[in-house]
Design a protein around this ligand. Structure first.
Ligand code: NI
Length: 302
């Protein structure tokens, strides 16, 4: 019995769905036989199609799978990242799952064109989330109004498709909350990506039905989120790398990759005093509920 998940993980290269390995893992957990199979983790936010991974992409994904991170969710950036992202998802079915969206820092003069491509793609292909979208007021405020317009459009796309939203909130938490409250759609779900706010902010986001994405930042010394985390239930948390950015300690400043997700899980375990296995189980179950809800057909190829 203990060999089953390993076997499935191995043959997944031959296009067998790895998701069943996760189901076996949770079954063994639920009947108290957790020790029979290794921890399963999900990287809910990783940009593995970027050129930083050009030299060793297959090895890097192999390292992730070996580290128990068999599922990697790929948020899109803009029209330039679309093709490499779909190519990667096609090469690693059952491991890499694409999303569709326009990143707020890519909202420029041509945003209408970019947005219509997002719409067109959403109709044409199979995606697992709407993102990366949201608002970024850190880098450049020139297109702040257009960013809001584009974000509102993504919310409509998520509402229409039933997909989760993956929201970028850099220097824009209040704006994002204002917009979500204004839209006031109780069926919306998704992730506040790279969340590192206060307890009050965490409760605002989770109160709207959203999960909080925890990444390498949680391992940085004196990060505010370490205190916030003590007051937030596990049911609201998912793990992410945002690779190649924001590598956790001890790789801070270097290239990030999904194989580092266990470092984030271990830090969350240390801060909360909850076992790392339980953190893995809860965060992966939360991610599965969001991206692969019951009844959604698993289509691993576009
Ligand atoms: Ni990102």
């Amino acid at each position: 019995m203990c060999l089953a998940p390993v076997e499935i993980a191995t043959v997944s290269a031959e296009k067998v769905n790895l998701l069943s390995a996760y189901k076996i893992y949770w079954y063994l957990n639920s009947v108290g036989m957790r020790y029979l199979c290794p921890m399963k983790l999900i990287d809910t936010h990783t940009h593995l199609y970027l050129e930083e991974f050009e030299p060793d992409r297959a090895e890097m994904i192999g390292r992730a799978v070996d580290a128990g991170v068999g599922i990697m969710m790929l948020p899109n950036i803009d029209s330039s990242s679309l093709e490499p992202m779909l190519k990667l998802a096609g090469e690693f079915p059952g491991h890499c799952f694409p999303m569709i969206g326009l990143h707020p820092t890519s909202v420029k003069e041509n945003y209408r064109e970019e947005l219509s491509l997002v719409e067109k793609m959403l109709q044409a292909k199979n995606f697992y989330g709407v993102g990366e979208c949201g608002i970024d007021l850190y880098w450049d405020k020139t297109f702040a109004r257009e960013q809001e317009y584009v974000f509102r459009h993504h919310i409509e796309l998520a509402a229409g498709s039933g997909l989760p939203l993956v929201i970028h909130i850099r220097e824009s938490f209040n704006e994002v909350i204002r917009i979500l409250k204004d839209v006031n759609n109780p069926h919306l779900k998704g992730i506040f990506h790279c969340f590192s706010g206060s307890v009050e902010q965490a409760k605002q986001a989770t109160g709207l039905g959203f999960s909080l994405g925890l990444g390498g930042v949680i391992t940085f010394k004196n990060n505010k989120m370490q205190e916030t985390l003590k007051h937030i239930g596990l049911e609201h948390l998912v793990l992410e790398t945002d690779a190649p950015f924001l590598a956790p300690v001890p790789y801070r400043g270097k290239r990030n990759e999904p194989a580092y997700i266990p470092l984030i899980a271990e830090k969350v375990a240390e801060i909360t005093g909850i076992g790392v296995e339980e953190i893995a189980e809860a965060t992966s179950a939360n991610a599965m509920r969001l991206f692969f809800p019951e009844g959604k057909a698993y289509k691993t190829e576009n």
